[in-house]
Ligand binder design. Structure first.
Ligand code: CDT
Length: 327
């Protein structure tokens, strides 16, 4: 009998600016109960699930956006999150009552002991008994730092969030080895490989992906393809399950990709949402399936050549070869 965990991708439709936390949490509860009825032991919610995707607006004084962040206890930079708080307590209570774990994305603001303020884009993973397993901070922060007035909407994540210094740890939870990544992290092969090198079996990822990519609109039509491409490749090349969960649909006039999916270690999509609204899809994930890939084609210890990969960590941008000189 293999090790299995039944996982739900709990996709959300849009959260508009005027939506209150309490109403959003009500929606999360509906999704949680639906997932539980369908046998889920772990429910994965999207990135920034509690609020609208506020980096689409720029404010001169970042404090004007403080209400979008959940606030960690003062002086707490030890890696814990900010939850549960008053608004999210019903979700924590109901999940524990049902014996269901969950992964929830939100914005986190914390004030360190030295008084410095830090803003992170995070996901908190909670076990079936209500214990917080970990709070993961997004590593790859996309978009721009400054106001770009010519855009139809902003993607100022680099203004609102610091990049995590912590990388991609993994945790023993849900009977296996679990890792997390957030949205743009899923596009980078290093994300999966760092977790793959720690034996990851299940990667949880929330996302908000605007369909219109302002710097190069020719990519708009490819958003769904690229989403599937990166998660399938990451799953297969590292022998792991990947669960990608969207906040999709038209939020404040910006259409975002849905297509939440659960991807097997073979790279096959075993479940995918059909709508761009609140919707749950469930898959029974056999964690032992990972070994079919980890112990064969992708037996890292046998086949990897780290001595040939030095550039991966030695440099960030591209270093071109010297120009050819023709005498
Ligand atoms: N939320 C997030 O990371 N979205 C990015 C959009 C990139 S375009 C600035 C993504 O990779 O889907």
């Amino acid at each position: 009998m293999g090790r299995t965990v039944t996982v739900a991708a709990a996709q959300m439709g849009p959260v508009q600016r005027e939506h209150r936390r309490a109403d959003v949490v009500e929606r999360l509860l509906v999704l949680l109960r639906d997932a539980h009825e369908r046998g889920a032991e772990l429910v994965v919610f999207p990135e920034l699930a509690l609020t609208t995707f506020f980096p689409r607006w720029f404010v001169e004084d970042i404090a004007e956006a403080d209400h979008y962040y959940e606030v960690a206890p003062p002086g707490s930079t030890a890696g814990g999150g900010a939850l549960p708080n008053e608004a999210t307590r019903p979700l924590f209570d109901e999940a524990r009552r049902l014996g269901v774990g969950f992964c929830l994305g939100y914005a986190l603001r914390e004030t360190a002991a030295d008084g410095s303020v830090h803003r992170w884009n995070v996901q908190t993973l909670v076990e079936r008994d209500g214990r917080e397993v970990a709070t993961f901070k997004k590593v790859h922060i996309p978009g721009h730092e400054h106001h770009e007035p010519d855009r139809p909407f902003q993607h100022a994540e680099r203004y609102y969030f610091e990049p995590s210094p912590d990388g991609f740890p993994v945790w023993r939870a849900f009977g296996g080895i679990v890792g997390m990544m957030i949205c743009n992290d899923r596009r980078w092969p290093e994300t999966y490989r760092v977790m793959g090198l720690q034996g990851v079996e299940l990667i949880l990822c929330g996302y908000n992906t605007p369909i219109h990519y302002v710097p190069d609109p020719s990519q708009d039509i490819l958003q769904g393809f690229h989403n599937q491409l990166v998660m399938a490749a990451g799953a297969y090349q590292n022998g792991t399950w990947v669960v990608g969960v969207a906040k999709g649909g038209v939020e404040e006039g910006v259409d975002s990709l849905a297509q939440s999916s659960i991807v097997a270690p073979s790279g096959q999509v075993v479940a995918q949402t059909l709508s761009s609204g609140d919707e749950v899809v469930v898959a029974r994930c056999d964690l032992d399936w990972c070994q079919r890939y980890k112990a064969t084609l992708f037996d890292f210890d046998r086949y990897r050549r780290p001595e040939c990969y030095g550039r991966i960590t030695a440099q960030r941008g591209v270093e071109l070869p010297p120009e050819e000189v023709h005498p």
